[in-house]
Write a protein that binds this ligand. Structure first.
Ligand code: URP
Ligand code: ZN
Length: 459
């Protein structure tokens, strides 16, 4: 099957050019001006951008959390991702307490296999660092699961102490893996959260008010220092706070391989969203939405490359029946927001359309940096030899985000009624059109597990 994408403007991280693209089978085989070739199928991309399929390196499909399970499974979540221009996700398998990394990975393979509509990979959340677990990390890196998340948050559930984090980092310094850190001082947060709850301050706003930005800054500085001591790279997930950003800035200015992502919710919403009585539960995630001055700082971080990636931390829970578990006690609200379908358009709208950065930087943040940092060597660029994960994107299309029309399996949207500019016309996953306007042409099980290479962060 050969497909010709004609008349579009290719937007890659490293440049923009007007050219046609020939896809043969699963790969891009030819790029050139006015290609005169035969094809089974032609896509007219006149007036549109042709971008590499976006990569979301932080999703939680079917994640057990707070006594419930995130609402999108690998089928519904990956289909929604595709409608939002994303053609690869990297989800988090969870090591069971006392169990092995392999057990966690097997469980997540079973959730994803045969259901996922786009390509996918896994990180592993390590919650119990033992000698045998460190050995397992070596084996997993060789098998294409090259990234491990540890947390300084959620005491008693996921939290790892400094010794455990340091040992994991020492191991990745040897085996070429990458430690990702959820960096909030969870122990200190619990002191404040418990005091607030005991004083009757139980509304969702107190989730945000208990998780001080200084606690995020503290944990971020600490894990960056641990990485420095271990001579290992480190990647901070879902950064929200100026204090944390300053720690990354200082480390990078000093030549340390420290990297960080933020998410669309932290760029487009603020703490006020948590304040409307229990409605605020829709916006409960950790770290929390911050006051507006942090939001502005995150945009600056994207402009100046203090932040390298925008992912989603997609972790949806219905308002009715799931978020409601925390009525009367903000500590019991399942943490997470739905965003996998909205990331690319929100970042286009707030980043490119608002004139903060170029279309090339946008592609870098949503696709090529994720590919590079997470070892997806055939993705992240519209180039010969690369996977034909390609999006024909209309940078002028205006649409209104709503739970009534989104494809995520969740009963609300954080951006209900918000108009954004930019949207996918056609989405292709390794050579097959899976989204054509409003039409879904993909199939569960067509997505493949991708064995990833080690991070190419030094290149
Ligand atoms: O609120 C969040 N972030 N929920 C998902 C779990 C996590 O901490 O990443
Ligand atoms: Zn997460």
């Amino acid at each position: 099957m050969r497909t010709l994408i004609k008349g579009g403007t290719i937007v890659n991280a490293d440049g923009t050019s007007k050219a046609d693209i020939l896809v043969d089978g699963e790969r891009i085989v030819l790029i050139g001006e006015d290609l005169d070739v035969t094809a089974d199928h032609t896509i007219d991309a006149t007036g549109k951008w042709v971008i590499p399929g976006a990569i979301d390196v932080h999703t939680h499909m079917s994640l057990p959390f707070g006594g419930t399970v995130s609402k999108d499974d690998f089928e519904t979540g990956s289909r929604a991702a595709a409608f939002g221009s994303t053609t690869t996700i990297i989800d988090f398998a969870v090591q069971p307490k006392g169990g092995s990394l392999r057990q966690g990975l097997d469980t997540w393979h079973a959730k994803a296999d045969g259901k996922t509509c786009i390509d996918y990979g896994f990180h592993v959340i390590v919650s119990d660092v033992r000698d045998d677990v460190l050995d397992e990390m070596d084996a997993l890196v060789d098998e294409g699961v090259t990234t491990f998340k540890l947390m300084t948050a959620y005491p008693g559930v996921f939290l790892s102490d400094d010794g455990s984090i340091f040992r994991a980092m020492l191991r990745t310094a040897e085996n070429g893996g990458l430690v990702m850190m959820h960096a909030e001082n969870g122990v200190a947060i619990d002191v404040v959260a418990n005091a607030n709850a005991e004083a009757g301050r139980t509304d969702p706003i107190w989730h945000g008010r208990s998780r001080y930005s200084i606690f995020e800054g503290d944990a971020t500085s600490r894990v960056i220092r641990l990485a420095q001591a271990a001579k290992a790279p480190v990647y901070i997930v879902h950064m929200t706070a100026r204090e944390a950003l300053d720690a990354v800035r200082a480390a990078r200015a000093d030549g340390q391989p420290a990297f960080a992502e933020t998410c669309p919710q932290y760029l487009t919403l603020n703490l006020d969203a948590l304040g409307n009585g229990f409605e605020g539960a829709k916006y409960v995630c950790s770290p929390p939405l911050r006051p507006q001055e942090h939001v502005e700082e995150l945009w600056k971080g994207l402009i100046h490359d203090d932040l390298q990636v925008v992912s989603t931390d997609h972790c949806p829970f219905d308002f009715v029946g799931q978020k409601e578990l925390g009525r009367g006690d903000f500590r019991k609200i399942p943490n997470g927001v739905p965003a996998v379908e909205n990331r690319v358009d929100l970042l286009h709208d707030g980043g490119v359309a608002c004139g903060r950065f170029t279309p090339n930087r946008w592609v870098q943040l949503i696709s090529s940096n994720p590919a590079h940092l997470f070892g997806l060597t055939h993705k992240g660029s519209v180039a010969v030899g690369y996977d034909a994960d390609v999006v024909v994107y209309d940078p002028t299309r205006r649409h209104t985000i709503s739970a009534k029309t989104h494809h995520m399996n969740v009963d609300y949207s954080c951006w209900e009624g918000r108009e954004v500019v930019g949207g996918a016309d056609v989405v292709m996953s390794h050579g097959k059109v899976i989204v054509d306007g409003d039409r879904w042409l993909g199939r569960p099980g067509d997505g493949r597990f991708i064995k990833r290479e080690r991070s190419a962060y030094l290149e």
